[in-house]
Ligand binder design. Structure first.
Ligand SMILES: [Zn+2]
Length: 261
């Protein structure tokens, strides 16, 4: 009994110390805006100015590609892109438009090991993809090639998937898909060049598909530009007989849309 009460006292003391430690740390290192480094009240957040500059993607949007519509065309109206070139996945959703603040957040997420950024982005993704979490799907991040992962030590899509998985209570399978070919960076390539660049670059790890038999998969990426990467990942899943695939990304490139301005 004595030792049990001693344990309780010790753990109460530790949590008190932890709280004190947190308060001291906040004094020494006040939480900063994830975008502009201005002081903010709570950690893992943006300041008011930066938050207002983010452009969340909300309804109305294309039910297939998640591209925002300027006007509501009705529940089943699809974007011209989805009609002209139907994607292999079911639904894609993104939290925000890829513009100035989103670009800087993604770049900070990609090139520096800052898990608080992933937590912030995942909160917005959890809300944007709410209809995708029904039915217990598995979250699968877009993999980096092994050599790129070695040089960067950090796959931003895996960090997003892990933070998202914790928030929405879903399993994350970071090792399911392998990038078999090291593809040049997509930046600056046209849509068709991007498609050629990543076609066949992904494969499902042998034996992994059996673990997911009958499960739906949600691919997790940081930015969807033309969609060529998530399409190539979907094709790899389809080849492994995983047919039911959706996509969630933090940001989405939206061209030629004035949105709600
Ligand atoms: Zn800010």
């Amino acid at each position: 009994m004595e030792s049990a009460s001693g344990l309780v006292k010790a753990s109460a003391g530790l949590s008190w110390l932890g709280r004190l430690g947190g308060a001291v740390l906040d004094q020494l290192y006040p939480p900063l805006c994830l975008n502009c480094d201005a002081p903010v009240a709570a950690p893992d957040a943006l300041c008011g100015d930066c938050f207002r500059k983010l452009r969340p993607i909300t309804a109305p949007y294309c039910p297939v590609l998640g591209l925002p519509f300027e006007v509501d065309l009705g529940r089943d109206a699809r974007s011209a892109e989805a009609i002209a070139d139907p994607p292999p996945f079911g639904r894609a959703r993104s939290a925000v438009v890829y513009d100035e603040v989103a670009r800087r957040l993604v770049s900070r997420l990609k090139y520096s090991d800052r898990p608080e950024l992933a937590r912030f982005c995942a909160r917005l993704m959890a809300a944007a993809g709410s209809e995708l979490w029904v039915g217990d799907p598995v979250l699968v991040p877009v993999p980096l090639h092994r050599t790129r992962l070695l040089s960067r030590r950090y796959n931003q899509s895996t960090e997003l998937a892990r933070a998202l998985g914790r928030l929405v209570g879903l399993r994350v399978e970071p090792g399911l898909i392998v990038r078999t070919r090291r593809t040049p960076q997509q930046v600056g390539l046209s849509a068709s060049a991007r498609q050629r660049n990543v076609a066949g670059a992904f494969t499902v790890r042998p034996g992994a598909a059996a673990k997911l038999a009958g499960r739906r998969v949600v691919i997790v990426d940081d930015v969807v530009t033309t969609g060529s990467t998530v399409k190539a990942v979907t094709h790899a899943l389809n080849r492994a007989h995983i047919a039911d695939v959706d996509v969630i990304s933090f940001a989405r490139v939206v061209t030629g849309a004035s949105l709600s301005q």
